[in-house]
Write a protein that binds this ligand. Sequence first.
Ligand SMILES: [Zn+2]
Length: 312
Amino acid sequence: MGNRGFKLFSFLVLFLTFSCASLSTRGDSRLPEVQASLLKEKISNGRLQQIFVKFPLKSKKDWVSAYETGDLTIQAEWNQKIIPFFIDQQDNDGIVFRGLLGIPYREPVGPKKISVQIEFDGYQWEQHLMFEVFEGKYKAEKLRVAPRKIKPNPSDEKRIEKEYLETRKIYQTRTPIKYWKGPFRLPIRSGVTSPYGTKRLYNKSFSGYHSGLDLRARTGAPIRAPESGKVVLAKPLFFTGGTVILDHGYGLFTVYAHLSKITVELNQILKKGDRIGLAGATGRVTGPHLHWGMTVQQAKINPLEMTKKGIR
Ligand SMILES: [Zn+2]
């Protein structure tokens, strides 16, 4: 096939893909005129994308109850991940469902496609939304830490693997409760000592990126829940030392690391401002501080994304 022929072929594939997506809605009076949209058409790696699905006013009451009984399901799919939706707001225009999506730090740049899928009464409706990922501006730094924390011995490796699988399983959970209400607070009111996303070179050999935000904190300083959530992990881990993970619902989690003391228990429900523990220097660290991380649909994003004004 020549270049021209290939272009035509690509166009046809693209055309068919998108036209098929909307065909299922035509002539089907049971499904509403749903509008799906994204918060950002262009977004960098490490940031928060939001997906909105709006149902018109005339059917408001029906759709809420259908959603609550499970007759109506809404989800989005991206990179083999399923994004759950919650009721965002109801006003005079209609009812809006919303889902959160974290853009992974290592996500390749370029155009991306999200599939939004709605099912009701045996009918399926699908729409594709496009957005573009560009590379965020993140700095680089060099660090020196204890060699054992970089080249772990075999028994360390076993522990690391076990803890990796345990936390991965937690982050795959989709709790259908929206614990948070508004913008997140900082877990300790202090300065940022290392921002999210910094490219890191440990002892000139091992490289990674800073998957969270470091806040200045002396050993013993109280760390508080930035929003409501459920304690889903509370114990020491190899790399992160004294660690607490909070599940805020719908695939959104926060992590608190290097704690000298944990003052919460597994499955405890915390309110915004409740104490989680005390800051420290446990795990792979160069000194006492709080490492604060945020995971959204298994992607570690900048926790400041949820502290912004207007976030709900
Ligand atoms: Zn950190």
